[in-house]
Ligand binder design. Sequence first.
Ligand code: GRF
Length: 207
Amino acid sequence: MRKTRVAILISGGGSNMIALVRAMLADPEHPAEPVLVLSNDPRAKGLELAAELGVPTAAVDHRPFKGDRAAFEAEMMAPLRASGAELLCLAGFMRVLTTGFIETWQGRMLNIHPSILPLFTGLHTHARALEAGMAVHGCTVHEVTPELDAGPILGQAVIPVRPEDSPETLAARLLPVEHLLYPAVLRRFVSGDRRKLALLRAEEPAS
Ligand code: GRF
């Protein structure tokens, strides 16, 4: 079976990356395979974890480029091309990409965002969901388009917000749900299934 070659871009811990890699490697029938984990931070913990799982890794430090995003991306294209990647998964990749790079990969680049988009694009999503008085919070996997966090939604998962929640507890309860959603959406996407996936984990309030 010919598998779709997937590169995963990270900046830090890489727990979503690990979930994606494990899902692909766990099933010989999986239609995708991880061919590269690429980080903009050479010290990203996720690089070590990927290597332990046997996935090739590369790092392109964004700092020497001093804000020249296009030059940084041109450098990233070298390991991406060498890996033969056909699909990119952004997984906690904390650099803004240029329109040029996004257009190169449009239709072939996914991202996970920790909110129920289109609510709370950008940063500090957990705190903003709490400030807004939301009863539910969640995460979204979407295609990446030039407008930030605004590409077509492929799947969403929700969790209840608890009265005692802080941004930290909310983030900690959401992360394992991200790890369910992203691999499930990736598998569907690679299989050509564009139906939106909804993971609903609503909990009854204690009576
Ligand atoms: C996740 O919450 C992801 O949704 C967000 O950044 C976090 C990355 O976590 N974009 P990890 O690096 O996958 O552990």
